[in-house]
Design a protein around this ligand. Structure first.
Ligand code: C2E
Ligand code: CA
Ligand code: CA
Length: 679
C-alpha cells in the first residue's frame, strides 16, 4: 500500500458548524503552513510513512449522530470507508457521541475515533467505562490544539491503514494458511490412501507369506514323513541316527540301538486280501510299534525313541539311550510280542508276524547308512532263522553278507559262461529194479570251489530271479539228453525225465512257452516229461500257479508233488491239482529203519495214493533194508543213494546199459538179514 492509495478519509460528526470549519482549516492548510508540516514530519523522524505536507485528507461532515452513522455505513458499503471519525460527545437532539461511536464500530471495527469533548460533557472516566481502555480511541479536548488535531489525524488515519494492512495481511496469511492446510489435507488424504494401499499390500503380503510358510511346513512334513502311516521316513530317521552317532562319539557311556523290523509274509496278505487291507495292516503295525515303545519303556523315553517306516513293510525303531545290547534285545522281544497279536481288519482276522534285526551303536559307525545296513543284515538272519524272531548283528554276519554278494556276482558270471551241468539220479521200480525215470539235478562247476550242489546256490538264484535262466538251461539240456538216450539206447526206450521247477518259475507264464517250444523242437514225448514241484511252491498265488500247471498238463506233461509230507496242505492240494505222482520225502524213509517212523504213516500215505489213483516214489533210499520195508508197504518206486547218487551223463549212460535189477533181487544173506517190520 503506498501513499496514493492510503485512506485519509475523515468524517466529522458535530452539531457545531464552527468545529467543522476549524478542523477543515487545520487539516487542509494553505501552503504557507509549511513550517508546521515540516515540524510534524520531524516528529516521525524519517520513519513516518509520509510527511504531513503530503497528506491530503478527504473530510466529510455530518451534524447529527444518525446522519454520521448513515454516511459511514454507505461509504463502507461502497468500498470507500472512513479511516477516522471525529465525533462530538453532545449532539442533541439525536444520538450522543457515545452511541454514535458504538453503532459506527459495529459497521467498521477498524474505524479510528477521536471523541471531542468539553470538560463538562462526560467525565473522562465514564467514557473509559463505556469503551474500556483501547487502541482506537483518542480524546480530543475542546478547545482544540492545532498540532494535536494534525497529529491525531495523521496518526489515526495512518493507524487505520496499518490495521487494515495487517488485517489484509492476516486474511492473506489466513488464506495462505488455509490453502496450505487444504493442500496438506489433500496431501494427507493421498498419504492416507497410500498408507491404506500399503497396508492392503502388506496384509496381502503377510497372507501370502503365511500361505507360503504353511506350504513350506507341509513340504517339510512330506519330505520327512511317510504318507501312509504319518510316521517319520528314512530321511528323518537318518538325521536322528546321525545325531545319535555324534552323541555316542562325544559321550562314551551313551548307547543307542536300531531295530530293523520287517513283516513276515506281508506279500501273502497283499496278494490274497488286496492292497487296501495290506495298507491298513501297515497303519496298524505303525501304531503298535509306537504304542509298544510307550508301554514297554519308561514313559520318559517315549519322546526320544522314534518309529519310522522306510518302505513297504519295513519299519525301523530307534532306541535312544539304552543300557546295552541285552537291554536292546529285551525291548526288541517285547516289540515283537506286541506286534504279533491278532488284528481284525474288515472281516479278516490277521496274526501279523515280524522279524527284527538289531544293531547297537559302536564307535565304528560314521553314518546312518552303515548302521541301517548292519541292522538289515541282522534282519536277514532273523528271517533265515525261520522268521518271527529277533537277531542281533555281529561282525560274522557281515562276512556272510560279503559271501552272499560274491555268490551273487559269481552266479551271474556262471550263467553267462554256462558253468552249469546236469546230473541225473535214477528213479527205480522197487519190484523190478528197472530204471523208469531220471531226475535232472543241476550242479555248478565253480571255477574255484569245484562242483557245487544246488543247496549252495539255488535259494540265491531263486531270490534274485537267476533261477529262470538256470532252470531253462536244465530243461533244454535234460530234454535233449534223455531224448537222445531214449532214441539211442534200447534199455532207455521207456525212460522219462523229472525236472524240478522252483516256486518262482511256477509264477511266470513264460515257463509254458519254454516247455512247449522245447518239446516241439526236440520231438520229445510229452508223457515222458515229469515236472516236480513242492507243496511250499504253492503257498501263494495259488490261482496263477494252478493255471500254469493246468496249461502245462494240457500238453500231456505229468506233475509230481515233491518232498511230500513236509508241507502243510498236502491233502487239499492233491485233490485240486493234477498230480500223477507223490514223492515221499526222504525224512520218512531215513527214519524207517531207525524205527523212529511208524510204518503206519507210510502205509496211510500209500493207501491215500492208491485210492487217489496216484503213484508213489520214495526218496532217499540208502539201504537195502529201507528198500525191503518199502516193498513190503507196497510202495512202487524209489530213488536214493542205494541205487545211485546223482551222476554225470557219462556214468548214467553206463548205468542205463547195466540196469539196477540186481539191486532189488534178494540175494541170500541180504534177504535173510531183513528185520521184521514192527506194526
Ligand atoms: P530234490 O528235488 O528233493 O532232489 C533230491 C535231492 O535229494 C537231491 O539233492 C539228491 O542228491 C538228494 N538225494 C537223493 N537220494 C538221496 C539219498 O539217498 N540220501 C540223501 N541224503 N540225499 C539224497 P540235490 O541234488 O543236492 O538237490 C537238492 C535240491 O535242489 C533238490 O531237491 C531240488 O529241490 C533242488 N534242485 C536240484 N536241481 C534243480 C533244478 O534244476 N531246478 C530247481 N528248481 N531245483 C533244483
Ligand atoms: Ca525233486
Ligand atoms: Ca524231493
Amino acid at each position: 500500500m503506498n501513499n496514493q492509495v492510503k485512506n485519509r478519509r475523515i468524517l466529522i460528526v458535530d452539531d457545531n458548524e464552527a468545529i467543522h470549519a476549524d478542523i477543515h482549516s487545520i487539516l487542509e492548510p494553505p501552503k504557507e503552513n509549511a513550517e508546521l508540516n515540516s515540524l510534524t514530519a520531524a516528529l516521525f523522524d524519517g520513519v513516518a510513512p509520509t510527511s504531513t505536507d503530503a497528506i491530503k485528507y478527504e473530510i466529510d461532515s455530518a451534524f447529527q449522530g444518525q446522519e454520521g452513522f448513515e454516511m459511514l455505513r454507505k461509504s463502507y458499503a461502497e468500498g470507500s470507508p472512513y479511516a477516522l471519525a471525529i465525533v462530538d460527545v453532545r449532539m442533541p437532539p439525536g444520538w450522543d457521541g457515545i452511541q454514535t461511536i458504538q453503532e459506527m464500530k459495529k459497521i467498521d471495527p477498524y474505524l479510528q475515533v477521536a471523541i471531542c469533548t468539553a470538560y463538562s460533557d462526560y467525565s473522562w472516566q465514564s467514557m473509559l467505562d463505556k469503551f474500556g481502555i483501547n487502541d482506537w480511541l483518542l480524546i480530543l479536548k475542546k478547545p482544540f490544539d492545532v498540532v494535536e488535531v494534525k497529529q491525531l489525524a495523521c496518526s489515526l488515519t495512518e493507524k487505520w491503514n496499518l490495521s487494515k494492512r495487517v488485517s489484509m495481511r492476516t486474511v492473506e496469511l489466513e488464506q495462505s494458511v488455509e490453502d496450505h492446510a487444504l493442500q496438506l489435507e489433500i496431501a494427507n488424504a493421498k498419504l492416507q490412501e497410500q498408507v491404506q494401499s500399503l497396508a492392503d499390500t502388506n496384509s496381502h503380503l503377510s497372507r501370502e507369506m503365511e500361505a507360503r510358510r504353511e506350504a513350506d511346513e507341509q513340504l517339510r512334513h512330506i519330505a520327512f514323513h511317510d504318507a501312509l502311516t504319518g510316521l517319520p521316513n528314512r530321511v528323518m530317521l537318518s538325521e536322528r541316527i546321525g545325531e545319535c552317532i555324534d552323541r555316542s562319539k562325544r559321550q562314551q557311556s551313551y548307547h543307542f540301538s536300531v531295530l530293523y523290523c520287517d513283516l513276515d509274509n506281508f506279500k501273502i496278505v497283499n496278494d490274497s486280501l488286496g492292497h487296501r487291507v495290506g495298507d491298513q495292516l501297515l497303519v496298524h503295525i505303525g501304531e503298535r510299534l509306537r504304542n509298544a515303545l510307550r508301554t514297554t519303556l519308561e514313559s520318559i523315553r517315549a519322546g526320544y525313541d522314534m518309529v519310522s517306516r522306510l518302505s513297504g513293510d519295513e519299519f525301523v525303531v530307534l532306541l535312544d539311550d539304552v543300557e546295552g545290547a541285552e537291554h536292546a534285545l529285551l525291548i526288541a522281544e517285547r516289540v515283537r510280542e506286541v506286534v504279533c497279536q491278532t488284528v481284525k481288519i474288515d472281516q479278516n482276522e490277521l496274526v501279523p508276524s515280524i522279524s527284527i534285526g538289531v544293531a547297537m551303536s559302536s564307535g565304528e559307525y560314521d553314518d546312518a547308512t552303515e548302521m541301517l545296513r548292519d541292522a538289515d543284515t541282522a534282519l536277514y538272519h532273523a528271517k533265515d532263522n525261520g522268521k518271527c524272531c529277533v537277531s542281533m548283528f555281529d561282525s560274522n554276519m557281515r562276512t556272510q553278507v560279503t559271501n552272499r554278494m560274491n555268490l551273487e556276482s559269481d552266479l551271474r558270471r556262471a550263467i553267462e559262461e554256462e558253468q552249469f551241468v546236469v546230473y541225473y539220479q535214477p528213479i527205480v521200480s522197487l519190484l523190478t529194479g528197472e530204471i523208469v525215470s531220471l531226475e535232472a539235478l543241476v550242479r555248478w562247476q565253480h571255477p574255484v570251489q569245484g562242483m557245487l550242489s544246488p543247496d549252495a546256490f539255488i535259494s540265491v538264484a531263486e531270490e534274485t530271479g537267476m533261477i529262470d535262466a538256470i532252470g531253462e538251461f536244465v530243461f533244454r539240456e535234460a530234454v535233449d539228453q534223455v531224448g537222445h538216450w531214449k532214441s539211442s539206447l534200447p534199455e532207455a526206450e521207456q525212460l522219462s525225465v523229472s525236472i524240478n521247477l522252483s516256486p518262482r518259475q511256477l509264477r511266470n507264464r513264460r515257463i509254458i512257452g519254454v516247455i512247449s517250444e522245447s518239446l516241439k523242437n526236440s520231438g520229445f514225448d510229452p508223457s515222458a516229461l515229469k515236472i516236480e514241484v513242492t507243496e511250499s511252491a504253492m503257498m501263494t498265488d495259488l490261482a496263477m500257479v494252478r493255471s500254469i500247471i493246468e496249461d502245462i498238463s494240457a500238453m500231456g506233461v505229468e506233475f509230481y508233488l515233491d518232498d511230500f509230507g513236509t508241507g502243510y496242505s498236502s491233502l487239499s492240494i492233491l485233490h485240486t491239482l493234477p498230480f500223477s505222482t507223490i514223492k515221499l520225502d526222504r525224512s520218512f524213509v531215513s527214519n524207517l529203519d531207525k524205527e523212529l517212523e511208524s510204518p503206519t504213516t507210510i502205509q496211510a500215505i500209500v493207501m491215500l495214493a492208491r485210492n487217489g489213483g496216484v503213484k508213489l516214489v520214495a526218496e532217499g533210499i540208502e539201504t537195502y533194508a529201507q528198500l525191503c520195508y518199502l516193498r513190503e508197504l507196497d510202495c512202487e518206486y524209489g530213488q536214493g543213494y542205494y541205487f545211485s547218487k546223482p551222476k554225470p551223463k557219462r556214468e548214467i549212460e553206463e548205468l542205463l546199459r547195466k540196469g539196477a535189477k540186481h539191486l532189488v533181487q534178494p540175494e541170500g544173506a541180504a534177504a535173510k538179514s531183513l528185520p521184521a517190520l514192527a506194526n
